[in-house]
Design a binder for this molecule. Sequence first.
Ligand code: 5GP
Ligand code: ZN
Length: 114
Amino acid sequence: MSDCLFCKFVSEELETEKVYEDEHVLGFKDIYPQAKEHYLFIAKEHTKNINELVTQNPEDIARVYSAISQFTREKGLDQSGFRVVTNLGKYGGQTIFHTHFHVLGGEQLSSFGS
Ligand code: 5GP
Ligand code: ZN
């Protein structure tokens, strides 16, 4: 999508700090980290949110989670633990409308509901 920031990272029209890349998936550092380690993982093919992704490109779910799994094992984040989050729409706090998965870790994260 021509006016999508994350598509511009995929096409390299804009630079970002990549941490993972394969044929279908890109992982990069979040510019405003909400934890000591904060990465964003996306399928290169544009969809606007998780619900569109599962409808249009369900195979990309496995590809993104496989990439996250490989990356977190290589970084040792799986030893200490990490969180994967995706936001959808206004109440979910979504601000970038190219489906993305936050990977947060490197420190103790707060529990939900406490
Ligand atoms: P959302 O709020 O849509 O779930 O997440 C969007 C994320 O994109 C935010 O965590 C925000 O910090 C990150 N972000 C916004 N602009 C940029 C940018 O130009 N580069 C990078 N690497 N991350 C960005
Ligand atoms: Zn896009």
